[in-house]
Design a protein. Sequence first.
Lengths: 123, 123
Amino acid sequence: MANQATLDAAFAACAHPIRRGIVERLATQGARGGEGLSVGEATRGFEVSKPAISRHLRVLEEAGAIVRVIDGRTHRLHLAGQPFEDAEDWISALRAMWERKFDVVEQFIAESREGARDGEGSK
Amino acid sequence: MANQATLDAAFAACAHPIRRGIVERLATQGARGGEGLSVGEATRGFEVSKPAISRHLRVLEEAGAIVRVIDGRTHRLHLAGQPFEDAEDWISALRAMWERKFDVVEQFIAESREGARDGEGSK
């Protein structure tokens, strides 16, 4: 399981529509491996200032969600899967916890009902 | 698929260790359905101020991750699954996008190799 700071960064990276939009674009354009996308290609059309875009890219980079490869004057962005897997793992573990507990509660309810029925039957 | 604001709130709710800790405690203590936990039970042992705890609870409530039921002087907290499912769904959709694209890249590489082998065979 990822450590706390890693998980904080992974979830924070996902917590803004522009960051999710950039990530989705990288995912659909085959930027995991391959050529990646230039910063312009990855961020075109989001209606915010360049400094805002830079901040979003920095958040994504710090989370390890994107990797920037500098090739002369072109910065190419690649998607990295790890933070999304870490986030997914945490949610799965949470689900396992609550479903286990929920099963216990449901079993208890089922047993109580059976008990109640048995009680009625013996009246 | 959840809307953008809902997803922002879901991911932001997960982006702090104390909030994840509270959610994990609610999940393991059967607070989805059932009695829930009092605020004290849900937040005991996190070494931050009461106002900080209140802010974390507010973030979780605004995301719909916890529901507070007020019973006289006791506030009982219940875990709600929806935001975690929304977050998981978004990550799954992202994974599907990049795997599809990745398949295309791998197929292209495989075909290129086959092409190269065929070329060698005909020498």
